[in-house]
Write a protein that binds this ligand. Structure first.
Ligand code: URA
Length: 241
């Protein structure tokens, strides 16, 4: 594999900008293969180098994987001429990387959004045949009952003929909110399924995508790089194991 500059490798994790990496190196906080890294332009093989920052190992993947707690009011698009998108929440060096959201959320939906530039992983997670579970919290107008649960379990055909695969609806204690698990991701699907039951959605939040769960310590609008074990979970889905 071709060699990459250490500042680029560390910045590609999404945890630091190149400027911050240069500062870390200047402060003597970065080791490459056990040796103090002294120059941001020093090159290493990303497939074999072992990098530590402040004594902790850092995975320098070729791709960036971020978890965002999407706030209401932003589009989950990569660009829009008039409206703000989730990419506006990221620092400039990450905005330029070509990240895209894996599975869009509506403007008023909040919660887990995975942003990456790893097209193969993203497409695999979204592919209908992958059947990756997406779990949502929904608050609805009107009490949920056993018939709603059964209708979701059976699979619904919406008014416009859209056929939805069997899904899980688990009413929560208050009877007016629930967890919904879908194995597909059609346009406005949760809202449309609940509206078809006469229970319009008042609030919707995505909690997980396959093994990846929203880090509830992230406030709306906050993001962080995926942890090694979180990425490993998604890679297992990608590999079909
Ligand atoms: N289903 C919806 O209706 N909206 C979303 O944002 C996600 C799933």
């Amino acid at each position: 594999m071709s060699q990459e500059r250490i500042d680029k490798l560390l910045a590609s994790t999404g945890r630091w900008s190149r400027k911050e990496v240069r500062e870390l190196i200047r402060q003597g906080r970065v080791l490459a293969d056990g040796v103090l890294a002294k120059r941001p332009e020093s090159k290493y093989d990303p497939s074999s180098v072992s990098i530590q920052v402040d004594g902790a190992a850092v995975e320098c993947a070729a791709f960036v994987y971020l978890m965002l707690n999407k706030p209401s009011g932003l589009l989950s698009a990569t660009e829009d001429k008039r409206q703000a998108t989730v990419l506006d929440l990221l620092p400039e060096h990450l905005q330029r990387r070509g990240l895209f959201p894996v599975g869009r959320l509506d403007k008023d939906t909040t919660g887990l959004l995975l942003l990456t530039d790893d097209g193969a992983l993203g497409h695999r997670l979204l592919a209908p045949r992958s059947h990756v579970d997406k779990v949502y919290f929904a608050r609805v107008a009107g009490p949920l009952d056993a018939e709603d649960v059964a209708a979701f379990r059976k699979g619904m055909t919406l008014e416009d003929g859209l056929r939805c695969l069997p899904a899980e609806l688990e009413p929560l204690e208050d009877g007016r909110s629930c967890r919904v698990t879908l194995r597909e991701g059609k346009y406005h699907q949760v809202k449309r399924m609940l509206a078809a039951r006469g229970k319009p959605v008042l609030e919707l939040k995505r909690l997980s995508i396959g093994p990846l769960e929203l880090d509830e310590t992230l406030q709306p609008g906050q993001w962080r790089a995926l942890r090694t074990e979180e990425l490993a979970g998604l890679k297992r889905v990608q590999a079909g194991v």
